[in-house]
Design a protein around this ligand. Structure first.
Ligand code: GDP
Ligand code: ZN
Length: 356
């Protein structure tokens, strides 16, 4: 039994619950397919079990694209989702929305259960290594394995050089340069798209995500920018999201760019992305060394010796400050949300005693 199958209890099985994957999410309904794909099975319409979800559930526990859910199949109408299974990986949207004070809307899952994250950037415009370091953090934290895909190699004269720069900035991460136009590098991506594998695509609009997926699929799965523009609608302005299947059984989730996702508690990811700094820091005299010129700082020594680019330390420090900042902001949010809940409780209690 795999990670998901073992989460379904004997009792749930007896009650007729089966595992499905969420392929489309609309406001209050979902489209599912059986978790273990059955050939030519049509997508199933589903709704949430009201008594489970609309009482007390945190936003996180609502189904997102890619989620595996336990549901009762209804051949004559809407199937019913009872619960979302524990996720292997997830992207959380953290940009505070209008309801951010209330726990429900503060952390929204954008995509779940992907194996690999394609961090995409185009080689011609907006090529930015510092930005990619940031994206890598979010990707490591998601639980998926990041892979950097640099698009539009045909439009870049120094593609080789940029590829090398990116590889140096992302130790331990595979970096590919591809062109959907010339076909260069496309073969290198195929191993990630094995049957049953789930890929999450991230990257700003216009960098060639749809074109790449269509090239890999060999047909028009996703609507490309040119067509989106002609009908005047942006991709992410629509209220529904969906996942795409390649013919071989690989699955692709399109997500908004990581910038839109915001940075969550980046600490774990920070250590992974800047592994060489973490390793060096273990040799600093003070355990809380900030690597800002303290005596016995091994990180500063490595910079002096030319073993670590000063730029890397700068990026690391900048991101660490941001991480601390977002942590503090989260603590404040939590406090406000607790205060709000308590005041609701007190009000409620007050009214209750007045009534009786
Ligand atoms: P998305 O918003 O990331 O999905 O971007 P699209 O796939 O819609 O591509 C945006 C534009 O870039 C379109 O006009 C594509 O034709 C173009 N494009 C995508 N990939 C390539 C490529 O490898 N080479 C070139 N020259 N153009 C590309
Ligand atoms: Zn130090």
């Amino acid at each position: 039994m795999n990670f998901f199958e073992q989460q379904l209890t004997e009792r749930e099985r007896k009650e007729g619950l089966r595992l499905f994957r969420v392929w489309e999410t609309h406001k209050e309904h979902y489209k599912l397919l059986p978790f273990q794909a059955e050939e030519d099975m049509e997508q199933v319409d589903a709704v949430l079990k009201g008594s489970v979800f609309y009482k007390n559930a945190k936003y996180q526990e609502y189904p997102a694209i890619g989620d595996i859910v336990a549901a009762v199949f209804n051949p004559c109408g809407d199937s019913v989702i009872y619960r979302v299974l524990k996720r292997k990986s997830q992207f959380l949207r953290t940009a505070p929305g209008p309801g951010a004070l209330y726990e429900n809307t503060a952390r929204q899952v954008i995509a779940a259960n992907f194996d690999t994250v394609f961090l995409m950037e185009s080689l011609n415009k907006d090529f930015n290594i510092r930005k990619m370091e940031r994206y890598l953090l979010t990707a490591w934290e998601s639980g998926g394995t990041p892979v950097i895909v640099l698009t539009k190699a045909d439009l870049c004269e120094n593609a080789e050089e940029r590829l090398a720069q990116m590889r140096a900035a992302a130790p331990g991460v595979l970096v590919h340069a591809v062109s959907a136009k010339s076909g260069a590098g496309i073969e290198e991506l195929k191993p990630y798209l094995a049957p049953g594998a789930v890929i999450a695509l991230t990257g700003s609009s216009g960098i060639g995500k749809s074109t790449l997926i269509n090239t890999l699929a060999g047909r028009e799965l996703m609507v490309t920018a040119a067509i989106r523009e002609s009908d005047g609608r942006g991709r992410h302005t629509t209220t529904h999201r969906q996942m795409f299947a390649l013919d071989n059984g690989a699955m692709v989730i399109d997500t908004p760019g990581i910038r839109e996702l915001g940075i969550w508690a980046v600490n774990d990811g920070l250590e992974d992305s800047f592994e060489e700094i973490t390793l060096l820091a273990a040799g600093c005299r003070f355990s809380d060394c900030k690597h800002e010129g303290e005596p016995g700082c091994a990180v500063c020594a490595a910079i002096k010796a030319g073993e670590l680019p000063a730029e890397r330390l700068k990026s690391y420090q900048k991101l660490r400050r941001e991480a601390l900042h977002s942590k503090r902001r989260e603590a404040i949010r939590q406090k406000k949300s607790n205060a709000y809940k308590n005041s609701c409780k007190n009000q409620h209690l007050g009214r209750h005693t007045a009534d009786t």
